[in-house]
Design a protein around this ligand. Structure first.
Ligand SMILES: Cc1cc2nc3c(=O)[nH]c(=O)nc-3n(C[C@H](O)[C@H](O)[C@H](O)COP(=O)(O)OP(=O)(O)OC[C@H]3O[C@@H](n4cnc5c(N)ncnc54)[C@H](O)[C@@H]3O)c2cc1C
Length: 406
């Protein structure tokens, strides 16, 4: 396998459970790439694709707003243009319905999957059942989100509309500027995504799996598919290969003869280690596309989508934007002790991951491209891959996630 992010490690855990010999090759230690710093949300309600009808009209507003959720580095615009064109083409009603169905099917059971894996890895404290609150500063913002909430409702997601008074009861330290909201029950979150991935990786090794810290430079092909990985520390023979390389999976699939449009949708977080807040549940601002989540190491605000390619240096002004949101949301937050971070979401233009067999190589499976929902969909993806490798019928139709759909 390639990759020790949350997708790779949960996939490895399920494969090992089935009795396979599992070797994970990773260039970063487990949980130290994109899976390090996400918002921790396990929200089966997040079945709304990124490309929604009207998205193109919103882009100028996002780009010109200094507190907006989107930035595109001018030097990267031309490179990203083909991906953006595909993204916009996916914002059509039919495709949106299709993507919402496929996302909902994939992420229906995330909390249960993680509770089960975490119990075995002795880190049950990290997986917490909780509702979350989505808050709106204006009636107009609330109404503008109606289509997204309808998509969720039509797929069985139950929510409660809440007014300003109820918002204050639910999250008393939130600034009294929010007039409408939605409470989403039956969700969950992970109180430290890095520690969860590391604990599952340690359990994998205890259970007999192997983790090799190496970079895959090339993939050796032969009759019947992949023969070996060529790494910076020698050759690793392969019987069956699972590609869970996060944002680098496009480079890896190209080595296997399959082109996948994958972009680095770079997000940021700020974690406050002594925030002086008692946050009873995660809070999201839909307009700003961010989450504030209670973590075991404090409180984290996470969001932003920056298009600058995989390899550009972080621009921590984007994290400062999150800090400004945080001060507006929680004016009493103590900000003396905080850390900033940038991570690369592996994003496809249709908001759906690639899950399933290669169309080119007989012994290869893909599990990547989870964009905004890689934690939530990581363990469910791992279960599906284990089913495929074992020859069991997967619990859902995998056609929407096929690698050759692009
Ligand atoms: C700010 C932010 C907030 C987010 N919030 C949430 C959230 O609340 N809920 C949610 O579900 N998702 C969230 N996400 C998305 C989620 O974090 C990602 O989708 C997920 O971490 C992707 O996991 P992964 O295992 O695919 O990739 P990664 O964690 O990036 O792991 C990729 C692995 O592949 C390895 N690799 C790649 N190429 C090679 C190579 N050539 N050789 C060897 N190893 C290689 C890397 O070393 C690494 O181990 C958020 C993301 C960001 C940035």
């Amino acid at each position: 396998m390639i990759g020790a992010g949350i997708v790779g490690i949960t996939t490895a855990a399920y494969l090992r459970r089935d009795g396979h010999d599992v070797t994970v090759v990773t260039m970063h230690p487990p949980g130290e790439y994109c899976s390090f710093g996400n918002a921790g949300m396990l929200n089966p309600s997040s079945c709304v694709p990124q490309a929604m009808p009207g998205v193109l009209a919103k882009v100028p507003g996002y780009l010109s707003d200094p507190l907006g959720p989107l930035t595109i580095r001018p030097s990267y615009l031309v490179k990203a243009l083909p991906w953006f064109v595909r993204f916009v083409l996916n914002a059509k009603e039919r495709q949106v319905e299709h993507a919402a169905d496929a996302l909902r099917a994939l992420i229906k059971p995330p909390v249960e999957c993680y509770e089960d894996l975490a119990r075995r890895a002795a880190c049950s404290d990290l997986v917490r059942r909780s509702p979350y609150l989505v808050a709106y500063e204006s009636e107009q913002g609330f109404r503008a989100d109606a289509r997204a909430w309808n998509l969720r409702r039509e797929r069985g997601v139950e929510t409660q509309e809440v007014d300003a008074a109820r918002i204050r009861e639910l999250v008393p330290q939130l600034a009294p500027i929010y007039v409408r909201g939605r409470l989403v029950p039956d969700q969950g979150y992970v109180a430290n995504p890095e520690r969860l991935t590391k604990a599952l990786a340690a359990q994998l090794e205890k259970d007999g799996g192997t983790i090799l810290k190496r970079k895959v430079l090339d993939i050796e092909l032969g009759e019947g598919g992949v023969k070996a990985l060529r790494t910076d520390a020698g050759r690793v023979p392969v019987e069956t290969l699972i590609v869970c390389g996060g944002v680098h999976s496009g480079e890896l699939s190209a080595m296997l003869g399959e082109r996948v449009p994958l972009e680095a949708e770079r997000g940021y977080h700020v974690t406050y280690s002594d925030p002086g807040l008692q946050l009873p549940m995660p809070v999201s601002l839909s307009d700003a596309k961010l989450f504030v989540t209670p973590m075991e190491m404090g409180v984290r605000i996470a969001g932003q989508a920056e298009f600058a390619g995989i390899y550009a240096e972080p621009n921590y002004q984007r994290a400062e934007v999150l800090e400004r949101h945080m001060k507006r949301m929680f004016p009493g937050v103590h900000s003396a002790d905080k850390t900033q971070w940038m991570g690369r979401r592996p994003s496809t233009p249709d908001s759906l991951p690639v899950i399933g067999p290669s169309a080119q190589q007989a012994n290869v499976y893909y599990a990547f491209g989870h964009g905004h929902i890689g934690l939530c969909a990581g363990a469910p993806t791992g279960r599906l891959i284990a089913d495929l490798v074992a020859g069991r019928k997967p619990g859902i139709d995998l056609a929407p996630y096929r690698v050759d759909r692009f």
